[in-house]
Design a protein around this ligand. Structure first.
Ligand SMILES: C[S@@+](CC[C@H](N)C(=O)[O-])C[C@H]1O[C@@H](n2cnc3c(N)ncnc32)[C@H](O)[C@@H]1O
Length: 263
């Protein structure tokens, strides 16, 4: 187990004597997701801010201060290498079997599957050339391991997933959706994460990543839909206003040291 995972476990364990670990983990995920969303999604900010304040009421000041420290460790962990870090921590804390029997796919399996799906760089380039990007849908995303592996596989082929990939990910469990949303946000994957049921098509919440909003993906997908290039369902709920300033999107490069590469 790497140092980041150990640090995250220690931080959760330091609060564990007063709180149920499952609730603690779920609250951390929701608080982090709310903070990230509130930075980019003004349409939902008021309700999400109220929800944030409601959750923190259940913790002491010292405990509340531990949550950003966990998020810092997650951020640094993903900076060190794209992986399903929160999914791994979820298993480390032995939460996967409690209540729901929720097991996430080991990241190496996700990597193998992603490379089989993506194929060669030439195949991928041909697909991207059709409209400038590809879309992916994960109907039972868990913490997002399959999507993270897909993004990493694309990056390794020398293609900037932050520009050329858009993801729609769904999970019926809000905690799982929050985990995926945090990791996609930190890895700057353009995505909408839906809390909903992929079988009944019920949609309860929509979480737009910073890369989605800053990259103007609502407009891009709507234009593609108008041109008949995207399935209608893919853009039906994308109602977040796109900020005027879109993020400059340079190719992803990973220097050994120096400025963080996630953003
Ligand atoms: C075995 S986990 C796999 C998660 C992820 N795809 C992975 O490979 O790590 C299955 C996930 O599907 C979600 N799920 C189950 N039924 C669902 C449904 N009807 N709609 C959306 N998500 C569902 C569960 O909450 C759980 O997070």
């Amino acid at each position: 187990m790497n140092a980041r995972r150990q640090n995250i476990l220690r931080l959760f364990q330091s609060m564990g004597y007063r709180h149920d670990t499952y609730k603690l983990f779920a609250d951390f995920c929701e608080l982090a997701a709310l903070s990230l969303s509130n930075a980019v999604d003004p349409a939902q900010r008021e309700g999400r801010e109220a929800r944030y304040l409601q959750i923190v009421k259940g913790y002491t000041r010292e405990e509340v201060e531990l949550f950003p420290r966990v998020l810092a460790e997650v951020t640094l962990g993903l900076e060190e290498g794209a992986t399903d870090l929160l999914g791994a921590v979820f298993h480390d804390l032995e939460l996967h079997n409690k209540y729901r029997g929720q097991f996430f796919t080991p990241f190496e399996i996700c990597r193998m599957m992603a490379s089989m799906i993506v194929g060669s760089k030439e195949d991928l380039r041909r697909l991207i050339e059709q409209r400038g990007y590809i879309t992916a849908c994960e109907p039972a995303c868990g913490a997002g391991a399959m999507v993270i592996a897909l993004a990493e596989t694309i990056r390794e082929l020398g293609i900037n997933y932050q520009r050329h990939l858009h993801v729609t990910a769904v999970d019926v469990d809000a905690k799982a959706a929050h985990m995926a949303y945090i990791q996609f946000s930190l890895l700057h994957i353009p995505a909408v994460v839906v809390v909903g049921n992929s079988l009944s098509l019920e949609e309860r919440e929509h979480w737009y990543t910073p890369a989605h909003v800053l990259g103007g993906w609502t407009g891009k997908l709507q234009r593609a839909q108008a041109a008949g290039l995207v399935e209608v369902e893919e853009v039906a709920e994308l109602a977040v206003p796109t900020p005027a300033a879109s993020r400059p999107s340079a190719p992803v490069t990973l220097p050994a040291v120096g400025q963080m590469t996630l953003f």
